[in-house]
Ligand binder design. Structure first.
Ligand code: BES
Ligand code: ZN
Length: 701
């Protein structure tokens, strides 16, 4: 059945039925809560001559509200939604500048057999003043089965079906779900909630449904979501734009032996709640890409007054040991950049198929188990996701063009935390690794994709997920810090987080803020910064800082000697090497592939079986280049056990460089893909199709 046919109702006719009168009555009963009533709404009431009493009450309220607030201007509506012209998010069909979703109430049941979430999303809306009569509510949906849409009033009142239709079916963006207002009057949306009954499909791009064998415990299934960048629309009917902030509350109903989590405040169950029912709410407004859930056999270990870790029971002790410095990390940011505003900060360790290293879901960072190295050497990722609680979750990019505002600021803050907790040597090593990945990426990326302020129109915003927003963005902030001095720059950043707290902003807002709040502090320094070059030009400006690490300089010398055969594998000074030195060593060898050196490294240091996934992945890359036949089985084992896209993509990319390797990549992918998240499946499938000559390369990162 097509979506369009599912959606055909005559909302106008239904809305005129007497049962729908509650809409009008309810507006009156709630008017005190709407200090800024929409003028047209009240005029409409007045026009309803038969309801003299209502008209009188409405008129009084109208006059009263306008006396208090004579100009019902756009500035007071809705909190964070800019005017349409500034908003333009080319990756959403939502029109929040007309009607904005302010709050979502979810009630979803997880059906593990059918691999579906089913239930209701009830939206509280805010309507801009003076919207034209024909204005409809626009939501983003992708692959959702819409069962019905209704207007809901106060408890006990009958619901009122609303007419809706689905428009377009873009392979990247999905469709617009267009809902007709009750009685054809968009102002009604201000006082009527809209309930959408729906279910997800097993293919939902955000969701991964894992079989018990794909979990650490092997006994229970697992479900988790990944909404960033634009996957929220595959499980939630919303305005899926980072500029369309909202609060939410949720009920999740799951099999009673499982625990459900959301990235939100966890509420106590009510006395008559059945087992398997979990309640959540988030009062801070967030962009939709931060809405997240996970369901599985999960246990919890507290790590401090406001921090803890969730993981499958067998993984929990290792996770708790790895992350026990999380409170100190929070304190490090708070001391400089203002309070942590999200209540708790827990970490959820997911099964290995999680497609990212980490995801900064509010109150509950989602993390790959591949960072459990046993020596805390990979906790930069935890610092990174924590830093997003300021840069990203508190101050958010308004469109995917402005993504660097999230990631560049976050990498900068991440390194500040590392420096505070582990010292400048550690910070420098991380910064050099980042810088070198950036240099490598700049060699391969088209010029248009080397800009911080990138145009992603018509493309998947995931295409913007390169080293550029992360490392070039962080270099810009480092450059500003160096030019204006740390103290001044820190105060500037703290004010930035305060000023734009709980708002979604554009790159232009950053420029404006920098030019008015930072540049005047030292005009001479300001004259040396070319913001346009940083934001709009490819490559790196000539004045970009170059991170250096003394420890790495020693490692490079060792790598050179080793590559020239002057230093045997046994004599490598690895005893006091950190993970970062190992990574740098292996990366330094990557352009000098050599089968016998790889064999030596394996014989002495057993790197094919290395427990640290970052080191193992670098060794696999080197081995694939040096001696593919030896590497293949190890690569296959790794690709079949890990779903983190950052590890997978370079390996698949390396494999497809030869015809034999490409055929193996196809075979490995066929076997492994059931264990990958749809986001990773999509990226690899595109890459392999391109390698097989089936699609033009344009869209493949
Ligand atoms: N928010 C990102 C992950 C992301 C970005 C997912 C865009 C989808 C679209 C997260 O904070 C992140 O950057 N993760 C990195 C961690 C790293 C840079 C320390 C990752 O997963 O590798
Ligand atoms: Zn990030």
């Amino acid at each position: 059945m097509s979506f369009a046919r599912l959606g055909e109702h005559d909302g106008g006719r239904l809305a005129r039925r007497p049962a729908c009168r509650f809409v009008v009555l309810w507006e009156c009963s709630t008017m005190k809560h709407h200090a800024l009533p929409n003028r047209s709404l009240w005029f409409l009431l007045a026009a309803s001559a038969s309801q003299t009493l209502l008209t009188l009450v409405g008129w009084i309220a109208f006059t009263w509200a306008n006396l208090l607030n004579p100009i019902s201007s756009r500035a007071d509506f809705p909190m964070n939604i800019p005017a349409a012209s500034e908003h333009i998010d080319t990756h959403s069909r939502g029109r929040p500048w007309e009607i904005a979703v302010n709050h979502l109430a979810l009630d979803l049941t997880a059906d593990f057999q059918a691999k579906r979430l089913q239930g209701e999303a009830t939206l509280t809306l805010k309507v801009a003043p003076d919207v034209p009569k024909e204005t409809h509510l626009y939501l983003d949906v992708k692959g959702l089965d819409i069962i019905g849409v209704a207007a809901v009033g106060p408890v006990g009142e009958p619901e009122c079906p609303l007419s809706y239709r689905l428009d377009g079916n873009d392979p990247i963006l999905g469709s617009a779900l267009i809902v007709t207002p009750p009685e054809g009057d968009p102002a009604r949306f201000a006082t009527t909630r809209v309930k959408i009954t729906y279910r997800t499909t097993p293919e939902a791009g955000a969701l991964q449904w894992l079989e018990p064998v794909q979990t650490a415990g092997g006994r229970h299934p697992f479900l988790f979501s990944q909404s960033q960048a634009i996957q929220a629309r595959t499980w939630l009917p919303l305005q899926d734009s980072p500029g369309a902030r909202l609060t939410f509350e949720a009920i999740l109903r799951v099999p009673p032996e499982l625990t459900a989590l959301m990235a939100a405040q966890r509420l106590q169950p009510r006395p008559d709640d059945p087992p398997g029912l979990f309640r959540f709410r988030l009062d801070q407004s967030i962009p939709p890409y931060l809405i997240a859930l996970a369901v599985g056999d999960l246990a919890f270990a507290p790590l401090g007054p406001r921090c803890g870790v969730f993981a499958e029971p067998s993984v929990l002790p290792k996770a708790a040991a790895e992350f026990d410095e999380i409170e100190a990390m929070i304190a490090a940011v708070e001391a400089r950049f203002g309070p942590y505003r999200w209540g708790r900060h827990d970490i959820l360790v997911l099964p290995p198929s999680f497609p990212f290293g980490g995801m900064e879901n509010p109150c509950l960072t989602f993390a790959t188990p591949t960072i459990l190295a046993g020596d805390k050497s990979l906790v930069a990722l935890i610092c990174h996701e924590l830093a997003h609680s300021w840069s990203g979750n508190l101050v958010t990019h308004a469109t995917w063009r402005d993504f660097w505002l999230n990631e560049g600021f976050t990498v900068y803050l991440e390194r500040r935390i590392l420096e505070q907790l582990y010292g400048p040597e550690r910070r420098d090593m991380e910064a050099v690794l980042g810088y070198e990945s950036l240099k490598q990426a700049l060699k391969d990326l088209p010029e248009a994709d080397q800009r911080l302020y990138i145009d992603l129109t018509g493309r998947d915003p995931d295409d913007g997920l390169t080293e550029v927003p992360y490392e070039k963005g962080a270099l810009l902030l480092t450059r500003l810090e160096q030019a204006f001095g740390r103290e001044r720059f820190d105060r500037f950043l703290k004010d930035y987080f305060d000023h734009f707290a709980f708002q979604s902003i554009r790159t232009a807002d950053f420029v404006d803020w920098t030019q008015t709040r930072l540049f005047p502090l030292d005009p001479q320094a300001a004259a040396t910064i070319d913001l346009d070059a940083w934001l709009n030009q490819p490559g790196l400006p000539a004045d970009a800082p170059t991170p250096r690490s003394n420890r790495f300089e020693a490692v490079v010398q060792v790598a050179d000697q080793f590559a020239r055969g002057q230093l045997p594998a046994e004599a490598l000074p690895v005893a006091n090497w950190t993970t970062h030195e190992w990574i740098h060593f292996l990366e330094s060898l990557s352009d000098r592939p050599n089968a016998s050196l790889v064999a030596d490294l394996e014989r002495v240091h057993h790197l094919f079986h290395q427990g640290n996934a970052e080191i193992r992945q670098r060794f696999l890359m080197l081995a694939l280049r040096s001696d593919p036949a030896t590497a293949w089985p190890h690569v296959e084992r790794f690709l079949g056990s890990v779903g983190r896209r950052k590890f997978l993509m370079p390996l698949y990319n390396e494999l497809i460089k030869t015809e034999e390797g490409r055929r193996r990549a196809e075979a490995i992918f066929e076997k492994a893909k059931a264990g990958y998240h749809p986001i990773a499946v999509d990226s690899i499938a595109r890459k392999l199709a391109q390698a097989a000559g089936q699609v033009p390369p344009a869209n493949v990162p």
